[in-house]
Design a binder for this molecule. Structure first.
Ligand SMILES: Nc1nc2c(ncn2[C@@H]2O[C@H](COP(=O)(O)OP(=O)(O)O)[C@@H](O)[C@H]2O)c(=O)[nH]1
Ligand SMILES: [Mg+2]
Length: 359
């Protein structure tokens, strides 16, 4: 899962990114890698996985990860190609969700590109770029779909009508997420890949020790169907440089809750509306995975390995709490908590699954 970090120049994106990289480094006993200098791969801690691992005596714990991409360079005019704009917009298109960093702190030593600190105006600048980019994309698609709609094909007719409503909403500055795809063309939104249909978490970059999301940002987030958290990006980046014990002492000194950065990771993850499932066995790794809500055992198998999906026979499924309660797979089987499910079984949050497959 990919999350893109966007915001005005000097908003604090790279500071937040360094802090997240620190989270990654702290968890260095986990097998993950930083692929590119602007990508931080952060493990998603899940206490349920720890309990499952202990119950089945797994060899190690391998948490699922979330990749944060520092996407610099989104400036006013980006949709017209200003400052390599199109390339940055393309980077955002590849992400599953957006972290929108907004400068709130008014440290005079940090230059603001517009010469004033105005969080709501900054939000509007960034959102306008994303809306314009979507508008251009939607208009191009409308032309193409319009030709197919002339033949009366039902899907195309439905998509063209939807695009008309979408274009009107975008022209009025409303995000694409406020215009759901029609029943007759449910994949239209996905095909279009609208930037403003992606879930958004606003990160208010506040002054040290100030941990409130300003009311104006909270209200705006609510109005556009987004979430918001407050974090002091530079301080978090500095803390990430310290060893964990020192950092904890420093946090205590500053009266900071532990959760600034954790709130970002959790908030970002919450945006994706995923369900977690686990795989685990004695002397094998206990691993967490995530799927979009509503997907099946067959999709789960595909996450684990394409060979396992290809040879899918059935899945043994037990909910994590039953597995723990009955002390492992044998106990769960005795208590009929372990079920055999076919490929169309819809994975539930917290399922522990073992896929049987023919190699
Ligand atoms: N005082 C203060 N300065 C910050 C904070 N976050 C970032 N900065 C500073 O603002 C400047 C720009 O930050 P940076 O993360 O590079 O912004 P980016 O352009 O969005 O990547 C740097 O000098 C940071 O040290 C903060 O929370 N408080
Ligand atoms: Mg930067």
């Amino acid at each position: 899962m990919k999350v893109g970090i966007v915001g005005m120049p000097n908003a604090g994106k790279s500071s937040l990114f360094s802090a997240l990289t620190g989270v990654a480094a702290e968890a260095a006993n986990y097998p993950f890698t930083t692929i590119e200098p602007n990508v931080a791969v952060v493990p998603v801690a899940d206490e349920r996985l720890d309990r499952v691992a202990a119950t089945v005596r797994a060899s190690k714990i391998v948490p699922d990860t979330i990749a944060f991409h520092d996407i610099a360079g989104l400036v006013a005019g980006a949709h017209r190609g200003e400052g390599l704009g199109n390339q940055f917009l393309a980077n955002i298109r590849e992400t599953d969700a957006i972290l929108h960093v907004v400068r709130v702190h008014d440290d005079a030593s940090v230059v603001h590109p517009e010469g004033r600190v105005d969080p709501l105006a900054d939000i509007s600048t960034i959102e306008t770029e994303l809306v314009y980019a979507d508008l251009e994309q939607a208009e191009r698609r409308r032309e193409r779909v319009g030709r197919a709609a002339k033949s009366g094909e039902r899907r195309a007719v439905a998509e063209a009508a939807w695009l008309d409503v979408l274009i009107e909403a975008l022209q009025a500055g409303r995000p694409a997420r406020t215009v759901p795809a029609p029943d007759d063309a449910p994949e239209a939104q996905v095909l279009l890949g609208s930037l403003t249909a992606k879930p958004v978490l606003f990160v208010a970059n506040v002054a040290e020790g100030d941990l409130e999301v300003p009311a104006g940002i909270a209200a705006h987030a609510e109005a556009v169907g987004a979430a918001a958290v407050a974090v002091s990006a530079r301080l978090e980046a500095e803390l990430a440089e310290l060893d964990p014990v020192e950092a904890a002492a420093m946090r205590a000194d500053l009266g900071l809750s532990e959760s600034g950065l954790e709130a970002v990771v959790r908030g970002a993850f919450g945006l994706l509306e995923l369900v977690a499932f686990f795989t685990a066995g004695e002397d094998k790794p206990a691993q967490s995975w995530h799927l979009r809500h509503g997907l099946t055992a067959w999709h789960a198998a595909g996450q684990i390995h394409s060979d396992i999906q290809r040879g899918f026979v059935r899945a043994e499924v037990v909910s994590w709490d039953k597995l723990v309660e009955f002390g492992g797979y044998a106990g769960a089987r005795e208590h009929a908590a372990l079920r055999l499910e076919g490929r169309d079984y819809v994975i539930q949050d917290g399922d522990v699954i073992t896929v049987k497959f023919t190699p």
